[in-house]
Design a protein around this ligand. Structure first.
Ligand SMILES: NC(=O)c1ccc[n+]([C@@H]2O[C@H](COP(=O)([O-])OP(=O)(O)OC[C@H]3O[C@@H](n4cnc5c(N)ncnc54)[C@H](OP(=O)(O)O)[C@@H]3O)[C@@H](O)[C@H]2O)c1
Length: 252
């Protein structure tokens, strides 16, 4: 059988952060439907347990691990739980993220801190948690969810968010170059996708602008899940380095 018609996802152990909603939840469903053994991480454990039940009901394999990605020890515990349950880690989808938007001069510094803690440090802690296991296995795949806001600066309300997504792309490219044979790294940069992310802005004017933008453009979360599946399902010697996808209607 050629690689192109074999299911190269079946049996893989995939950790997905931010699996309690949006892109992460959809990615978990799509990977599990193709036979991946999924390890679901987020803070809202009730939602993760519900998703585990649905995946198992459909014949899949899944576990849930309550995780705050801004805490390094939580990521270490998550990776250990994956190895304990399934013996290895083939894929990490570093997806958890937040997007509280506001102009810089509103100085919502606490929100800047949270955005950096989740979107940058969370991604780095995820990498730190799985890399030793992947190196020991001689294989692994880290899929980092960036954004089109990591390609263009999302002024005037998304400068800090953009900074975190530029950082995710820089970290991913550096990791790809450094990680060596056997470890694949993929950057997925979506445009406006329907999820809870758009409701994260406490600044009323920014929230209104985001709502109008999403109402005009958003596409379903499974648009991104299919892109993640595409990257993961490639043969081991093929690394899909970067995927950028937007709603057809989106200019930014
Ligand atoms: N939707 C878009 O238009 C879009 C576009 C480009 C990129 N993205 C990126 O896609 C990723 C997923 O976002 P989404 O659109 O699916 O938004 P979402 O529906 O709000 O999902 C975000 C996920 O991240 C988790 N999360 C947030 N803070 C966390 C923390 N401290 N620890 C662990 N998990 C945390 C949330 O779970 P808990 O609250 O349960 O912890 C949730 O599962 C993000 O990185 C986002 O930047 C989204």
């Amino acid at each position: 059988m050629t690689a192109s018609i074999q299911n190269l996802i079946a049996g893989k152990v995939a950790i997905i952060t931010g699996a309690s909603s949006g892109l992460g939840e959809s990615a978990a469903r799509h990977l599990a439907a193709r036979g991946a053994r999924v390890v679901l991480a987020a803070r809202r454990a009730d939602r993760l347990h519900q998703l585990v039940a649905e995946i198992r009901e459909a014949g899949g394999e899944a576990i849930a691990v309550a995780t705050d990605v801004s805490r390094r020890e939580d990521l270490e515990r998550l990776a250990a739980a994956a190895v304990e349950a399934f013996g290895r880690i083939d894929v990490l989808v570093n997806n958890a993220g937040v997007m509280p938007l506001s102009p810089i001069d509103k100085l919502r510094v606490d929100e800047w801190d949270r955005t950096i803690d989740v979107n940058i440090k969370g991604v780095l802690y995820g990498i730190a948690a799985v890399l030793p296991q992947m190196k020991a296995q001689g294989s692994g795949h880290i899929v980092n969810i960036a954004s089109v806001a990591g390609l263009k600066v999302f002024t005037p309300i998304g400068t800090v968010y953009s900074a975190t997504k530029f950082a995710v792309r820089a970290i991913s490219e550096g990791l790809r170059a450094e990680a060596g044979d056997g470890i694949r790294v993929t950057i997925v940069s979506p445009g406006a996708v329907e999820s809870e992310l758009q409701f994260g802005s406490s600044d009323p004017e920014s929230a209104a602008g985001v709502k109008a933008f999403y109402d005009a453009n958003q596409i379903p979360a499974d648009s991104v899940a299919r892109a993640i599946v595409y990257a993961v399902e490639q043969p081991a010697n093929v690394d899909i380095n970067e995927i950028v996808l937007r709603p057809v209607s989106q200019e930014f």
